[in-house]
Design a protein around this ligand. Structure first.
Ligand SMILES: [Zn+2]
Length: 310
């Protein structure tokens, strides 16, 4: 397993339910070495987003409605931080697919780091990303750019023909579903709390909308039912959005999974994808527990599970 992360994701968005400090806290907790990404270029972002939207993001000409929908204050620093984070998901995908082993862009601090980087990594965890509410022409729900969609388009440009997205954040992956709705090469799977944001849920290839208060056992059972359908698509790369917000003490989620249930979820996804010998890119997505420590511990447990995989 390899970790991608940058301290450049840190951005001050004022008092907010979205704990942007979680990335640094997770990185400090799990320790390095980390592969340091470069920011997504505007051309890469344009593989998914419209020129009009990107120019508004670039020059700050967002309307009040745009800002209200994005639910983040605009600043150049905010845009840069999320460009960097999108670059992190691209980098993670490239490494998982074996394209960028030991890249000079990576921050190699020691000989052992170099050895680590030049061996074969098929599971890469990005301590960031999962911005699944971003659409081509607008951002919403704290998601300015759809990092997974951009990385998937980059892989497609490089000749990867079949990709899957497994989105287990508590919220439906509306932006991702919309972007790939008419692209049969990308199988999108979203399992989420049905009666929660977003109101409008464009169709994924497979949607499982769960009732409020679902709990561990039903969640795992539904996952066991859904995931084989994803692998039947025979993906050459799987992106897994391991949202921490199905957690029982999350402020924005109501699925009531325990920390142990979330760990079982992660283990099942990682084991299933790796048993099929498919490269796996894990991104964090949401997490709004009352105690930030809980969110950090849930994401760290995902990384721990990934580190045990082949
Ligand atoms: Zn979420």
């Amino acid at each position: 397993m390899l970790l991608v992360y940058s301290s450049r994701y840190r951005v001050d968005i004022g008092p907010h339910v979205f704990p942007t400090q979680k990335y640094d806290l997770i990185a400090a907790r799990v320790g390095g070495p980390f592969v340091e990404p470069s920011p997504a270029t505007w051309d890469e972002l344009a593989l998914v987003h419209t020129p009009e939207y990107l120019s508004k993001m670039r020059d700050g000409s967002m309307t009040d409605d745009d800002i209200a929908q994005l639910e983040l204050p605009w600043s150049r620093e905010m845009v840069d931080a999320f460009r960097w984070m999108t670059g992190g998901t691209i980098q993670a995908a490239r490494i998982a697919c074996g394209w960028e082993l030991g890249s000079q862009k990576s921050e190699v601090r020691s000989t052992s780091d170099f050895k680590l980087l030049t061996s074969d990594f098929r599971v890469v965890v990005h301590i960031g990303g999962g911005l699944h509410h971003a659409f081509p022409s607008h951002g919403e729900g704290f998601c300015p750019f759809n990092d997974v969609a951009v990385a998937a388009r980059v892989l497609q440009q490089g000749g990867v023909e079949r990709i899957a997205v497994v989105d287990l954040d508590v919220h439906h992956g509306n932006g991702t579903a919309f972007i790939f709705e008419s692209d049969p090469r990308v199988f999108t799977f979203s399992m989420h709390q049905q009666h929660n944001y977003p109101m409008w849920k464009p169709r994924s290839s497979l949607d499982i909308g769960l009732p409020d208060g679902t709990g561990d056992e039903t969640f795992i059972r539904e996952l066991e039912r859904g995931l084989p359908k994803v692998l039947a698509h025979r993906p050459q790369c799987v992106f897994y959005l391991a949202g921490a917000d199905p957690y029982e003490d999350d402020q924005l989620g109501g699925l009531r999974l325990t920390r142990e249930g979330l760990r079982r979820r992660d283990r099942f996804v990682i084991d299933t994808v790796r048993s099929a010998d498919v490269p796996l890119v894990i991104v964090l997505a949401g997490g709004y527990a009352r105690r930030v420590d809980d969110t950090v511990a849930i994401h760290a447990a995902t990384i721990d599970e990934a580190s045990r995989s082949r």
